[in-house]
Design a protein around this ligand. Structure first.
Ligand SMILES: Cc1cc2nc3c(=O)[nH]c(=O)nc-3n(C[C@H](O)[C@H](O)[C@H](O)COP(=O)(O)OP(=O)(O)OC[C@H]3O[C@@H](n4cnc5c(N)ncnc54)[C@H](O)[C@@H]3O)c2cc1C
Length: 403
């Protein structure tokens, strides 16, 4: 199959269906949940009821799509509605991706559905890699997992921070150190089942943007989990650690695998936010009259909008290319990182320009544009900061160890 910008009928139907939900349900609720800064449970329930929030939806959209474009298309529409609510709906996918990246098929079948629940009992998943002293530098992770042979249990201790759905999720996927001497290659991922004693929520963060998405610390205090909760299983872990100790090339560490698989999807979120701001400011510029004519009749405003449209399309093309390559494991020059880097920058720039086009109206909460700008900044930060994407790309294009 060759790369094509032509979406199938199934994909355009899905896009229109998600757009309808974003327009009718998500966008009208955005300001309220931004203000409340809480997980929008009623909207998650509604999304689950129509089949948008659920593991079956994710599995169909990802596995049943040979092009890789379905997910970015769906995500762009949802985040066009609102990035905070969008993240509340998509946050569990981080945990699902973590399980899928390292788990056995049996573990995927057991745990991924529990990250979502069903329409009657909506559940959440969380993926916990970051720590207070280990953000960009995942090799600095200190959360320790020790195997207790007598009981066939793992015992986890540590503090995770900035965790989406942290402490309120039913399933937490935790990246921990199993061999400190091997640094990031001595990591493994674990599933913490619902209600496990010792796992608790620490501080809940009050944020600049995506405020409908819950972000908190997760404290692990002598958390005991069955041996079967080690993703991939003990035998595979022991084999991998032995290979690393012998100096053989091991697989990329667990956390990085998850981030690499999710980067084009994060870029699509950013494009959704940018498109929302661009469309709104385009309409506004046609209507707002100053000096006796609509402000769009000034080249300075019209050209700004022309640049906004161009940048959004450029970012979307990079995201689609990365999603398509990701489907084939065909990355050559860190195209996933390129897509996320570009889309994040475009979202911040476009939403800032949108405020400029609305003038004072862009700066106040009566209009959604200031919220879109607040929301946009996260795309320069999470799932690898702007500088970390540059690092990954520069290493890929040069083949050199850029520090
Ligand atoms: C809202 C939100 C949700 C999140 N959700 C999750 C989640 O669900 N799970 C999870 O595990 N994590 C999550 N994170 C964490 C996120 O991935 C980290 O914030 C991010 O990786 C950056 O780490 P840090 O904040 O510690 O910044 P730091 O790593 O301390 O970086 C600070 C600055 O230094 C720069 N920098 C660092 N190292 C280098 C270098 N080598 N070269 C050049 N510049 C460098 C960075 O680019 C940045 O500008 C979330 C964060 C936020 C804000």
């Amino acid at each position: 199959m060759t790369f094509s910008l032509e979406l199938s009928e199934e994909q355009t139907d899905l896009r229109d269906w998600v757009h309808g939900f974003a327009e009718d349900v998500v966008r009208p609720a955005a300001a309220e949940w931004d203000e409340r800064e809480e997980t929008p449970w009623p909207i998650l329930e509604e999304a689950a009821k129509i089949g948008l929030y659920g593991w079956e939806f994710m599995a169909n959209a990802m596995m049943g799509d040979p092009t890789g474009l379905t997910m970015p298309v769906v995500i762009e529409e949802l985040f066009w509605g609102d990035a905070g609510i969008g993240m509340a709906i998509m946050g569990s996918a981080l945990a699902a991706a973590g399980i899928a990246a390292s788990g056995t098929p049996e573990q995927v079948m057991e745990w991924v559905p529990q990250c979502y629940g069903d329409a009657a009992h909506v559940k959440l998943g969380a993926f916990a890699a970051s720590e207070p002293d280990a953000g960009s530098d995942v090799s600095a992770i200190r959360t320790r997992a020790v195997y207790d042979e007598a009981t066939d249990e793992w015992v986890l201790n540590g503090t995770k921070t900035w965790i989406t759905n942290g402490g309120i999720a039913d399933i937490h996927v935790v990246v921990a150190v199993v061999d400190p001497e091997l640094k990031s290659r001595g990591h493994a991922s674990f599933v913490i089942p619902p209600g496990t004693p010792g796992l608790s929520m620490g501080q809940k963060f009050s944020k600049l943007g995506i405020r409908a998405s819950h972000t908190a610390e997760v404290i692990l205090d002598d958390v005991r989990i069955p041996g079967s909760c080690l993703l991939g299983g003990k035998e595979k872990l022991d084999e991998r650690l032995a290979r690393v100790r012998e100096g053989k090339k091991g697989k990329a560490q667990a956390a990085m695998q998850t981030f690499e698989a999710t980067r084009p999807a994060v870029g699509a979120q950013a494009i959704g936010v940018a498109r929302a701001a661009y469309e709104y400011s385009l309409d506004y510029a046609k209507e707002r009259v100053q000096f006796g004519r609509p402000i769009i009749k000034n080249q300075s405003i019209a050209f700004m909008l022309a640049d906004m449209a161009t940048e959004i399309d450029a970012a979307r093309l990079l995201v689609w290319r990365a999603a398509w390559l990701g489907k084939r494991r065909g990355f050559r020059n860190a195209e996933g990182s390129m897509a996320k880097l570009k889309a994040g920058r475009v979202a911040v720039w476009v939403t800032e320009r949108a405020i400029q086009i609305l003038g004072g109206y862009g700066y106040v909460k009566d209009y959604p544009v200031e919220r879109w700008h607040r929301d946009s900044k996260i795309y320069d930060i999470f799932e690898g900061t702007e500088q970390i994407q540059q690092l990954v790309i520069s290493r890929a294009i040069s083949g050199m160890r850029i520090e």
